[in-house]
Design a protein around this ligand. Structure first.
Ligand SMILES: [Zn+2]
Ligand SMILES: [Zn+2]
Length: 367
């Protein structure tokens, strides 16, 4: 229970605010956002912590370069209830449960005009460029407030942004049949890699081979629990890894490989594991430029490579809604949430992720 009850008419609210260019953040009261034309006000019901939030909290090199505007309320993974709509809003109403598409687009650039809004040239990111969701209320453009399937557990509702990353990495084009009967390697079992496992199962993948360091105990065990057919220790010799993948795939290698680890070595290895004519999706981000034997690993293999950012707006959201209808899918997704804390303990949540004790940490709006 919070000490103070803030009603929806109260002009102040609690928020986690990053105000200094140094590690940490403060929980304090700030002015509640006011909605303008085409915007909605949402009361947060659940939020979850993303790797990006840990970077912002810790104030690493990326955060120092990327965050322009301080103070800022950060956080972007959430689920909440619409409490107010601005003029002209048509697609959502007061009472709707929504999650956020975190890419805030201009709607007018070349990419937006040609059906590729997720790579808008004038994109702002919720909780990075604009005030985010670690607050009692958040303001969103109507387009970014995505209605949730009726009756969805709000804790799961807070996972749709990373689930959308996983879904888009699996389905870089819209052909869902593309996974049916295919052998798929998932490299890196952080929350998004883990989420890819049930997505691949729903889509009928033949074999799912997950790669993760065995020393990452929580992730490694979860990949097994989620039902990956094979979970390999990414630390073993890469010749042995490739051999294990070949053996599991009747000597062929992977049809599809998803790189979610952000480790340069892992990127090279998955190309080696790929069957000629296979495809790779890259979601992982690398600290430095990566060298790759393009002749042998891409050209002569006739491999297709997709760079993945965000979610397809909004086909990915429709795909997730379909997956979420399946009870087993929801159960697996919720098992990726290893910890649920009141948001006033957000520092502990950051610590649990930083020290690899948690997969996903979910935060209740208890200030
Ligand atoms: Zn995220
Ligand atoms: Zn645009």
């Amino acid at each position: 229970m919070s000490l103070f009850q803030h009603g929806s008419r109260d002009p102040r609210m609690y928020a986690v605010v990053k105000s200094r260019r140094e590690p940490g953040a403060d929980i304090r009261t700030v002015d509640k956002p006011t909605v303008g034309k085409g915007e909605v006000l949402v009361e947060t019901k659940f939020t979850s912590i993303c790797g990006t939030d840990v970077h912002i909290w810790d104030w690493n090199h990326w955060a120092e370069k990327r965050l322009k505007r301080l103070p800022i309320i950060f956080g972007h993974e959430f689920c909440g209830q619409v409490v107010e709509v601005g003029k002209g809003v048509k697609s959502v109403e007061v009472g709707d449960m929504v999650s956020a598409e975190t890419h805030i687009v201009d709607g007018t650039c070349y990419q937006c005009r040609t059906g590729r809004m997720h790579i808008c040239r004038d994109m702002k990111i919720l909780g990075v460029d604009t005030d985010g969701v670690f607050a009692e209320y958040v303001k969103l453009p109507e387009l970014n407030a995505r209605k949730l399937p009726k009756g969805l557990d709000p804790r799961l509702g807070s996972l749709l942004e990373p689930l959308g990353n996983a879904t888009f990495t699996v389905l870089p084009h819209d052909c869902e049949d593309d996974i049916k009967g295919k052998n798929v390697v998932v490299s890196g079992c952080g929350p998004i890699g883990l989420m890819a496992i049930p997505v691949l199962q729903v889509l009928g993948a033949k074999k799912i081979i997950a790669l993760e360091l065995k020393s990452e105990k929580v992730r490694f065990a979860l990949a097994k629990d989620l039902g990956a057919d094979l979970v390999l220790d990414a630390a073993i010799n890469h010749g042995k890894l490739a051999e294990a993948v070949r053996q599991a795939t009747e000597g062929n290698g992977a049809d599809v490989a998803l790189e979610m680890s952000g480790a340069a070595q892992a990127l090279r290895h998955i190309f080696e594991m790929l069957t000629p004519g296979g495809r790779v999706s890259i979601l992982g981000l690398y600290n430095d430029p990566v060298t790759l034997d393009i002749n042998n690993l891409i050209t002569f293999k006739s491999a297709t490579v997709y760079g993945i950012t965000g979610r397809r707006m909004f086909q990915t959201w429709d795909q997730m809604h379909r997956f979420l209808r399946k009870e087993e899918f929801r159960a697996k997704l919720s098992s990726i949430i290893t910890h649920t804390l009141p948001i006033r303990d957000i520092a502990e949540g950051m610590h649990l992720i930083r020290t690899k004790q948690a997969a996903k940490v979910s935060l209740k709006p208890e200030w």
